[in-house]
Write a protein that binds this ligand. Structure first.
Ligand SMILES: Cc1cc2nc3c(=O)[nH]c(=O)nc-3n(C[C@H](O)[C@H](O)[C@H](O)COP(=O)(O)OP(=O)(O)OC[C@H]3O[C@@H](n4cnc5c(N)ncnc54)[C@H](O)[C@@H]3O)c2cc1C
Length: 512
């Protein structure tokens, strides 16, 4: 790639990155979109689900009620200004998808759907990947966009106003520095830090940490949502919570692991109404016992679907089995499940204009924190990416009009040559790979859905030990960046869990 300079570098091509780029192109700005995968990727286009829900207020009168519910569910830890911008703008964003001829699924009930954790029906749509990809791909015809796919951001530079850059590792492992006046970060969450997760970003640095290093503040990191999914067979297949009330979770001796819990039928009924683990409800006991059993037996607890499950009159169960059958997923045997890291409510701190705490660096979507609080109403994460994607695009555009590009240089200790020179050292490469797996194992075991001061501190000690053990390893610069971000971000993340010394939303402290 030649040393072209852009107005804006957009990191990520999920809903946040794409929505932001649409706004930038409207203003004729030159955009370099860098994405570790292909165009239209990330959780926004997650291949292993039957569709992503999006919700909005039913009408203007419903806005206040939705906002109150966001605050209630978020345990008042969302930024009210950001949540109200979300509520005010979400319907326009959904309408804009429809205007572009993206085919959204509609709710069967004309009055809408009660989203997960919400208390009233809302406007609901299901995001359709196929038509969205077709429509969004049209932006690639614009001569002002340069798409760098299969390209990983491995560092971020901030040299002042109008002087930003990202260091990228290309598919062939060569390294480039891309320069621009400003950056929009839309790189999604950090669920890849946990052993069991749905992240598609398993070998990239934690971009939140790269941004933190140049001065961006972080917020609400402790709030990561976990949902149950299959351990085996069909690892990572999402479980549909609706079936909780029809199944029994058993240990290896076939005993009901929840057998000792009083009022279990009502608890399972409640657990059937929502996806992610939350401490706000009594039925959190189900996930806690499930996780505790996993700690004893890594095969995890299992259940068997009742024979007539597919004929139960429930749209969500019907759609779930339709999807499982389409992908020929065999559910006739024992299914083992455990909690999987699903989505992050915390991340880079932004203001109402999607500006991070560093001038000229903007962020949107799941990479940010504060739009949702300790828990999130279902269907608002995709909407967050759209609403704040558009805002980030407009803000970056405004910034570019006010700031000229100022050239800069960085120390050349990560050139393509140095990246290649160390490829042969397989012992160190193995050490690196083992360290990443260990970080995920430690965070899952000590600090996923059950956290205590002791377990968090044990996790911190292990991170320090890993830092020491890997301090001298000779690996690619890009792998160094991954390891450095995993270890240092984990320590910040663990401190956030330690500082939140009570159970709140999806953050469960067993010792307070
Ligand atoms: C299984 C599943 C089901 C979900 N269901 C729902 C739902 O029903 N409703 C809802 O509202 N939300 C749901 N979510 C959450 C929602 O999908 C995401 O929060 C949202 O789509 C995030 O959009 P985004 O644009 O911020 O990030 P993403 O869509 O995750 O995009 C991130 C982009 O950044 C790129 N990237 C990351 N790191 C780098 C790097 N270092 N260098 C270059 N590129 C990088 C990725 O390749 C990708 O293109 C679900 C998530 C999952 C995993």
């Amino acid at each position: 790639m030649d040393n072209k300079v852009f107005d804006v570098i957009v990191i990520g091509s999920g809903l946040g990155g794409i929505r932001c780029t649409q706004e930038l192109l409207k203003d004729n700005l030159s955009v370099c979109m860098v994405t570790s995968k292909e165009f239209c990727s990330g959780a926004s286009f997650y291949p292993g689900t039957w569709g992503l829900g999006m919700i909005g207020p039913k009408d203007d009168e419903d806005k206040n009620d939705l906002l109150e519910n966001i605050n209630r569910v978020g345990c008042n830890l969302s930024n009210p200004q950001l949540s109200s911008i979300l509520v005010d703008n979400v319907n326009n964003e959904i309408n804009f998808l429809l205007e572009q001829d993206i085919k959204l699924k509609e709710s069967v009930d004309k009055d809408g759907v009660v989203p997960c954790f919400d208390s009233n029906k809302r406007r609901w749509f299901g995001f359709d990947f196929k038509s969205a990809k077709e429509v969004f791909s049209k932006i690639l015809d614009n001569e002002n966009i340069t798409l760098m796919s299969s390209t990983k951001v491995i560092d971020i530079c901030n040299e002042g106003n109008g002087s930003k850059g990202v260091l990228v590792e290309n598919k062939d492992k060569s390294i480039d520095l891309i320069k621009a006046k400003s950056i929009v970060i839309a790189s999604g969450g950090y669920t890849s830090l946990f052993k069991h997760n749905f992240s598609l970003e398993l070998d990239s640095p934690i971009v939140q940490y790269l941004a933190y290093k140049v001065g961006c503040e972080l917020i609400n990191l402790e709030f990561v949502q976990f949902i149950p999914a299959y351990i085996k067979p069909m690892y990572k297949t999402i479980f549909n919570e609706r079936v909780f009330k029809y199944i029994t979770l058993r240990d290896k001796n076939k005993s009901n692991i929840l057998g000792k819990i009083e009022d279990i039928d009502n608890i399972m009924d409640e657990r059937s109404t929502y996806g992610p683990f939350t401490t706000r409800l009594k039925s959190s006991l189900v996930d806690k016992v499930l996780f505790q059993y996993y700690q004893l037996d890594k095969n995890s607890a299992y259940f068997e679907y009742p024979k007539d499950i597919e004929s139960i009159d429930d749209t969500l169960i019907y759609n779930y089995f339709k999807w499982l059958n389409k992908f020929k997923k065999d559910t006739s045997n024992k299914i083992h499940i455990a909690p999987f890291a699903h989505a992050c409510n915390g991340g880079l701190k932004i203001d109402k204009k999607a500006c991070t705490t560093v001038d000229g660096i903007f962020a949107c979507g799941e990479v940010t924190g504060g739009v949702h609080g300790a828990d999130r109403i279902g269907g608002l994460s995709t909407c967050n990416a759209l609403v704040f994607g558009a805002i980030a695009g407009r803000s970056a555009s405004e910034y570019c009009k006010l700031n000229d590009f100022k050239d800069f240089n960085i120390k050349d200790n990560h050139s393509s040559e140095s990246n290649h020179r160390v490829i042969g050292n397989s012992d160190d490469l193995n050490k690196f790979k083992k360290a990443i797996l260990e970080i995920r194992e430690v965070l899952y075991t000590e600090a996923s859905i059950l956290r205590s001061e002791k377990s968090i501190n044990r996790a911190k000690d292990k991170m320090y030990k890993l830092k020491e053990d890997t301090s001298n390893i000779n690996i690619l610069y890009s792998n160094k960046s991954i390891l450095d971000s995993y270890l240092n971000f984990s320590l910040i993340f663990l401190d956030a869990m330690l500082n939140q010394d009570k159970s709140i939303g999806c953050h469960c402290r067993t010792d307070c």
